[in-house]
Design a protein. Structure first.
Length: 434
């Protein structure tokens, strides 16, 4: 696994970089947002040509000097960057130990912050001075919808990350209570559906503020959302952030990375050997041996061309540092799972890409506003509901049924999507009769 990007670079190019930053998962999340932004911009341009969305007139002042707020905000941005970047350079040992904790701490370099902050404020001042007019004037400009994609992406990212953290900590409340600061600054611990709900709320507010039809924005971004989901799951797979499946008890992985087939009944004795005191050793295995979820599934002959790792994997060097020590490995990220699990991020990546290409092909054929987004909700919900059957997640006990948070939300999305598709279909049918 590649917990930080330098692990991946070293693996691909045979280098020996030891600078553990940036996190691979965070890097892939950034790529996920960029991929969704590209799809949204492309679709908004297409819908503008169709006359479905229009430019937004906006009044601006030209020729005004820099305001106090502009100087202060730019100065603060520069201060934070200088404070943290120079601090990381001056105290690289502290930064390497835990980059996420360092970035969210009060550690840094005060002199660097003041210098860079002053430079940023001065550059904004000079920029405004060059454009200053003797008499500032008000002008009306037209902002085309696709030009707002950058703002939409930033708002979706901010609200999405907040939502993802909130829903993850609600799902694993005991872990959050035990270590609230560690849970908040962890490089992992993001729930996709929390991000989807949080991002939707932020984008809905921004789109409504700018008087753009939400239904067309939803249709435009639907293929991008599932593409971003797939890209994000690549990050989960590469980093080994805990979004994996239940144990596949048919396989064992040796230290030399060779796979062996295990006897169907050997799983219980192996689990008991991992918990000699009767206490759980790994959070994803359950609170007791008899609560551990596992499935015995050997590779079918028809899929013999696929590697064994497609069906069972132990996530060595995972970013969560879960499992047993890897022999000969020193420092951070030196653990692997003692019993292999289903690599569900891989399955979700493949399914997400299939859904993306399906929506991409349908988007020009389906003319009813809201239908593409409804189809996205249905397919997304179905995909996630079924993957939950072999994923490790915290469950809620509702009327005797053990249900995961994702199953609840996925079912809700399917119902909302089906309802939306029926309503859109009825409206389209009535319009055809007119």
């Amino acid at each position: 696994m590649f917990p930080t990007l330098n692990y991946l670079i070293n693996y691909l190019f045979g280098t020996e970089f030891s600078f553990n930053f940036p996190p691979t998962f965070g890097f892939m999340v950034a790529l996920a947002f960029l991929s969704a932004a590209w799809v949204l911009a492309s679709e908004l341009k297409r819908k503008e040509k169709q006359g479905l969305v229009r430019g937004i007139p906006k009044k601006i002042w030209v020729g005004k000097p820099a305001s106090q707020w502009e100087l202060i905000s730019n100065g603060l941005l520069g201060f934070v960057l200088g404070f943290k970047i120079l601090g990381a350079i001056m105290d690289s040992v502290l930064f390497k130990q835990n980059p996420q904790a360092y970035l969210l701490s009060l550690e840094g370099n005060l002199i660097g912050g003041l210098i860079v902050g002053g430079i940023f404020a001065y550059l904004k001042y000079r920029e405004k001075e060059k454009a200053k007019l003797p008499t500032p004037k008000e002008e009306t400009i037209v902002i085309r919808p696709y030009q707002l994609v950058g703002n939409i992406t930033m708002i979706a990212a901010l609200f999405g990350i907040i939502g993802a953290k909130i829903f993850h900590n609600l799902e694993y409340w005991d872990q959050f209570i035990a270590d609230p600061i560690g849970s908040l600054i962890s490089a992992s611990g993001l729930t996709f559906y929390g991000g989807l709900i949080g991002g939707f709320c932020g984008v809905w507010w921004y789109v409504r503020k700018n008087k753009i039809a939400l239904v067309h924005v939803a249709d435009s971004v639907a293929p991008g959302l599932i593409l971003a989901y797939g890209v994000g799951r690549i990050g989960c797979l590469l980093a080994g952030d805990g979004d994996w499946g239940v144990i596949n008890s048919a396989y064992r992985i040796q230290e030399d990375r060779t796979y062996t087939i295990a006897h169907r009944d050997s799983i219980l004795s192996d689990l008991q050997a991992l918990t000699p005191s009767g206490q759980p050793v790994f959070f994803y295995y359950g609170n007791a041996v008899d609560e551990v979820d596992y499935t015995y599934f050997k590779k079918p002959a028809a899929l013999g061309f696929l590697p064994d790792a497609f069906f069972a994997f132990d996530f060595p060097h995972n970013v969560n540092e879960e499992g047993i020590p890897i022999t000969g490995c020193q420092g951070q990220y030196c653990n692997r799972l003692p019993l292999p699990v289903f690599p569900t991020p891989l399955y979700e990546t493949l399914m997400a890409l299939c859904i993306f290409f399906s929506l991409w092909l349908l988007r020009r054929r389906v003319q009813s506003a809201g239908m593409i987004f409804s189809i996205y909700l249905i397919l997304n919900g179905v995909e996630r509901f079924f993957i939950e059957q072999i994923r490790v997640n915290s469950t809620y006990n509702i009327a005797g049924f053990h249900i995961t948070q994702a199953e609840i939300i996925a079912t809700s999305l399917i119902i909302i999507g089906l309802t939306g598709a029926l309503l859109v279909g009825k409206i389209q049918h009535k319009l055809l009769k007119i």
